[in-house]
Design a protein around this ligand. Structure first.
Ligand SMILES: Nc1ncnc2c1ncn2[C@@H]1O[C@H](COP(=O)(O)OP(=O)(O)O)[C@@H](O)[C@H]1O
Ligand SMILES: [Mg+2]
Length: 418
């Protein structure tokens, strides 16, 4: 709309996102760092199928928890092989089925047929007919299909038999030529129990495992996504990336789930955007994180008084220093002393304060770290990545008041006031 006409503008104005679609779940990034090995194993397993088309029935199993890159790897592999020229004028095709959406053998076959470009009737067909239709299409067009059966845990639960049929597809159609290879994607191995021994042992030899990502790996994945043009580089600081890595990294007690890390980045970006800022702040990350993983309320009420006072100090300090995600221990202690004075309480000694920090860190409430490159000092830095500071401050003030009025403030070991 012309701005002179006084209408609202619907031009994209984000100062945060360059291309939001690159953060969506269905986007397959150009690079899949830390998954080169899995990708090349997959290629290796299918080499005989592709080099001597029809000679072997290849079935591979991808195994790993949520957000470890299984779908991304299999789809990247599929994109690379789809349409590839094979020996004797044959060519390779790829089909992708997500069993969350397609839970029966019939529905799986339908999706495969559609991916091959066949017009698949919705009804009036048995699944055997559907299978034969796909098979004869492949035969007539001299194509060899690799089908990915993703989130196969769902069919294992709803239609065990589907898995049985799929794992012995060539036998089912009574052909000598193996026209189809399969990649099954599972979260865990419980489904194996439903298969018979011989299939179990075949599959067991073709497992590719996906491990949860560490904080460092997640940081790299997020940085690469920024470089690929999802967000403006100026909108995302190292602090923000590090915070997300810390919250989600497997080595830091998180799930190691790349999808979660990307979602936190996306939501944090949305918060920054909604306030018309041009960069994401640590507080945006805290809000984003508590949206996807709400912090249990009673966790705070179980803390000791001095832990609450320390957290209050940290929350206040971090609200004043809103561009950094962590503050030096020395500064935190000073703030804590101020707060104790406010409540006319004697502050704990340095060693006791450390003990509080260690507890809070064990509970996943605070994070600790050393200054990074380019920062000076050897002091420990303390951060609070998981809970929005304003909410936390409010809760703490209530809880501290309650402690003090109920006389539950038995503290012991206090330093006598100067
Ligand atoms: N190694 C990686 N590099 C870049 N992005 C990744 C990587 N692993 C996962 N992702 C991204 O994280 C999200 C979750 O990955 P996905 O493959 O869907 O996990 P899974 O299928 O194991 O649950 C996707 O958006 C994917 O693009
Ligand atoms: Mg997946």
């Amino acid at each position: 709309m012309d701005s002179t006409m006084g209408g609202s503008s619907w031009l994209p104005t984000s100062k945060i996102f360059k291309d939001e679609s690159k953060l969506q779940a269905d986007y397959i990034p150009r690079h899949l760092p830390f998954r080169e090995e899995q990708l090349s194993m997959l290629r290796e397993y299918f080499k005989p199928f592709l080099l001597k088309p029809g000679s072997v029935f290849v079935r591979v199993l991808l195994l790993g928890s949520v957000g470890t890159g299984k779908t991304a790897v299999v789809r990247r592999f599929g994109e690379d092989i789809n349409g590839a020229k094979l020996a004797k004028g044959a060519s390779a095709r790829f089909a992708y089925v997500n069993c969350h959406a397609h839970r029966t053998l019939f529905s799986i076959m339908q999706k495969i047929g559609r991916d091959l470009g066949l017009s698949v009737p919705r009804r009036g067909f048995s699944r055997e007919e559907l299978l034969m239709m796909i098979w004869s299409y492949l035969k007539n067009s001299n194509e060899y299909l690799i089908a990915a059966v993703d989130e196969a845990d769902y069919i294992a639960h709803s239609e065990e038999e589907a898995l049985y049929v799929l794992t012995r597809l060539t036998e089912m159609v009574e052909d000598e030529v193996h026209r189809v290879g399969l990649v099954f994607v599972f979260r865990d191995l419980t489904f194996m129990m439903s298969l018979d021994r011989s299939i179990q042992s075949t599959l067991q030899h073709n497992i590719i495992r996906f491990y949860p990502y560490t904080s460092e790996q997640l940081e790299e994945i997020l940085l690469r996504r920024v470089e690929e043009g999802a967000l403006y580089e100026s909108a995302v600081s190292d602090e923000v990336i590090e915070m997300i890595g810390e919250l989600v990294g497997y080595d830091k007690g998180g799930p190691g789930d790349a999808r979660l890390a990307l979602e936190i980045l996306y939501r944090a970006g949305k918060y920054a955007e909604s306030e018309n800022r041009d960069s994401i702040l640590p507080e945006d990350v805290r809000r984003a994180h508590s949206d996807v993983m709400p912090f249990p309320k009673d966790a705070l009420s179980n803390l000791k008084l001095d832990e609450k006072l320390l957290l209050l100090a940290l929350a206040r300090l971090l609200q004043r220093k809103k561009f950094v995600s962590k503050v030096p221990m020395g500064l935190l202690e000073l703030e804590y002393h101020d707060i104790c004075e406010e409540y006319s309480l004697a502050p704990k000694k340095h060693t006791a304060v450390w003990e509080c920090i260690r507890n809070l860190s064990r509970m996943g409430i605070v994070s600790t770290g050393k200054p990074g490159k380019g920062q000076k000092g050897r002091t420990t830095l303390i951060g609070l990545p998981a809970i929005p500071l304003k909410t936390l401050e409010k809760e703490l003030l209530l809880s501290i008041r309650e402690d003090l009025s109920s006389g539950a403030a038995e503290r012991g070991g206090s330093e006598s006031p100067a």
